[in-house]
Design a protein around this ligand. Sequence first.
Ligand code: SF4
Length: 484
Amino acid sequence: MTIETSIGLGTGQPYPYQRVELVEPDWTRFPGWKDVTAEEWASVQWQRAHCIKNVKQLRELMGDLLDERFYADLERDQAERATMSMLVPPQMMNTMAPQEPPAGPGSLTDAFYADPVRHYMIPVFSDRRTDFPSHPHATRDSLHEHDMWATEGLTHRYPTKVLAELLPTCPQYCGHCTRMDLVGNSTAVIDKLKFVGKPNDRLGDMLDYLRRSPGVRDVVVSGGDVANMPWPRLEAFLTELLEIENIRDIRLATKALMALPQHWLQPEVVEGMTRVGSIARARGVSIAVHTHVNHANSVTPLVAEATRAMLDTGIRDVRNQGVILNGVNADPHALLDLCFRLLDGAQIMPYYFYMCDMIPFSEHWRISVADAQRLQHAIMGYLPGFATPRIVCDVPFVGKRWVHQLASYDLERGISHWTKNYRTSIEATDPEALSRTYEYYDPIHTLPADGQAWWAEHASLDESALKAAEMAEASRRTAALQAH
Ligand code: SF4
């Protein structure tokens, strides 16, 4: 192939690939950090101590670069809508409006309103929908993880894998968090569920369950975010996990690899991961880090450095599981920019993009299954096959399904039906578990007028909501019986 031909192939394509060098935006552009040194920035203690946790701290950082209307919009959201409390590490804050030079009072307001990272980390009231702010089927624990707890915090949903929620906190809180029922501090509108057991007892119960469950081979070690667990305790848990013969895959879930890479660059953590990685290799177990990056702007040189440090410990891989969100990344260019930035810049494997789950007040972020299918189609063919992420819908009571896998789809009412090929832990004796269809619901504002009118009329009467509530109640009873 001649050079001319390859240039010809590159032009006129729907997505024009271009390699982009990573850049750490200049944090001193924000008035509150004008004197912060590179040493301070690299310090995980400094980062944690200077997280933005409330409107007052945002004002101190930004001064008058944001108009009063932005602060008022944020305050109203926190009082009436927010399901997650505010917690943004400086590293992430610095990726908001990264190209916009401050130019006097109010000069960053428009850029902040438009910014993709701000959209999901600092949601404001005017972002959200006022027609249907929540879908009638939205629930606090939309994936029913709690219903499927085998021990407190250990969700056994799939036949061979489990999710271990080690702790209910993260170094950063995402507005759209699917675990909003459990993770983070209570907000004005959401009182959070609390773990009852003592942390060590809970972890011990999880390990005991895995020892007596030879059919489980794969553990997602999550939270929250494992970066919030003191390293010695996390290493002890991983070491015990590695002693269980049936466990062959371990994935550590941490958005902090991107939001607080300084954590993963600490010598204590790098040395500890090297020890864990070497035990895993000796036992033939795959251990990988899974992170959560939603926009290309979040991939900076520090993120690449932390990823390199993790890969150098000998772990199998670092992979990304993002969430598709309107206003953040719900278009093919934004998704491909992100995938290439991850792959070229940081050697992070694009792996999954989840559709945003049906939690309260998430309708402005969610997209329809039909749009997710279009996105999947649009991103095919640009990335290597092994790095082409699957876009998945996490269907309640089912689990992850690739968005083209639905059994039927009522486009007018936005109801898709899905089947499954395994029983969750709460369906051992359910004869219809494998023949039943399960529903997922598109955001109502994306539906044609007749569909919207139908929902306006039937929202509170729908049978599926009752069925879901009954199933959840039954599973709680089962879990309570198992616990005694
Ligand atoms: S990092 Fe994950 S668990 Fe933590 S708030 Fe964000 S989405 Fe939720």
